[in-house]
Design a protein around this ligand. Structure first.
Ligand code: XMP
Length: 319
């Protein structure tokens, strides 16, 4: 299907609702819901088009940001769909134990995701349709306009190829990201889901340098929430901003005693397309507030540093 020159969103929504109803009839549809913008808007649209026929599997990897799992679940509480939240934290952490290589971490997470998804989908019985939040740039970038490739989930593993589906439902496939966000708002999704910044599929594992442990993740979650809270309220927020738990330890003084604890790095970048990015020259009073808050509210952190590397040569993420 071609993207029309003057795409009108209300009309697009009506058309998609009708098209989905025609395509799937009274059959059930399955969706891997990551809580990202695309899969969330896809879920909201399907629950409008075919109330009660959509099952969403939301894998809580334990690698998400502070309260993220609860926020995603809350966003769909009023939608007419079957929301399955799988608490897989223990599984992911046990697979990641002792692993420090970034590529291996991504691979393990991708494979474990597929395994969890498969196990859960089997429990749901035969579901003929798979929905995906593929958007227009995904199709254009893969050089396959009009084709129905299964979108690589988490950019690491992809969904299991041997899951047999009668058909794919991809209702966002003609939309650009800003249109997907606008559609999410039309479908009453909360602002924190619709306007969230990009978050890598492997989650905090790629922001937790070295071995991923629950202790490091818990400290990182609080530090990261502080960074986001402080930068969310700036008149112009950077395009992406977060905390990184480095694997470096430094000496500090805590309660009059010498402490040897981890260093947290703060990252904030401005970018148009994430292919290149500039580090943002944040005001020093903001950096100061972030540093004071992190070292106070996360007592296991000894020191806070600011990453002043642009892309290239750095990447946005540390791993
Ligand atoms: P890098 O680190 O490559 O990141 O400069 C560019 C953008 O991509 C995001 N990113 C990912 N997104 N799965 C994703 O869906 C991933 O594995 C992944 N790794 C990086 C990153 O957050 C940034 O916005």
């Amino acid at each position: 299907m071609q993207r029309p020159d003057n795409l009108e969103l209300t009309e697009y929504l009506d058309q998609q609702v009708k098209q989905i109803q025609q395509q799937v009839g009274s059959s059930r549809v399955l969706l891997a819901l990551s809580g990202g913008v695309d899969s969330s808007v896809c879920a909201a649209l399907l629950s409008r088009a075919i109330p009660g026929q959509l099952s969403c599997i939301f894998v809580d990897t334990g690698l998400m940001r502070l309260d993220e799992g609860d926020q995603v679940e809350a966003a769909f509480a009023d939608k007419d769909l079957h929301f399955i939240r799988v608490d897989a934290e223990a599984r992911f952490l046990s697979k990641l134990a002792g692993v420090i290589d970034p590529e291996q971490k991504r691979k393990i997470i991708g494979e474990e995701f597929v395994r969890v998804f498969e196990e859960e989908s089997v429990k749901l019985g035969d579901i003929p349709y798979l929905a995906q939040g593929t958007i227009y740039p995904d199709i254009v970038e893969s050089g396959a306009a009009g084709s129905a490739n299964i979108k690589s989930h988490h950019n690491v593993g992809g969904l299991p190829e041997d899951l047999a589906f009668t058909g794919l439902v991809e209702p966002l496939s003609l939309l650009y990201k800003d249109e997907v966000r606008a559609l999410g708002t039309m479908l009453n999704l909360p602002d924190y889901l619709v306007n969230r910044q990009p978050f890598p599929g492997p989650g905090l594992a790629v922001r937790c340098i070295g071995e991923v442990t629950k202790e490091k993740l818990d400290a990182l979650r609080v530090a990261d929430a502080i960074v986001r809270e402080e930068l969310d309220v700036l008149p112009k927020s950077p395009d992406q901003y977060f905390a990184v738990m480095t694997d470096t330890y430094s000496v500090g003084v805590r309660d009059g005693k010498r402490a040897y604890s981890p260093v947290v790095a703060v990252r904030a970048v401005a970018t148009n397309d994430f292919m290149t990015a500039e580090y943002v020259q944040l005001p020093h009073e903001v950096l100061n507030r972030i540093s004071r808050r992190i070292t106070t509210e996360v007592p296991t952190v000894s020191r806070v540093v600011y990453d002043i590397t642009s892309k290239p040569p750095g990447t946005v993420e540390w791993e």
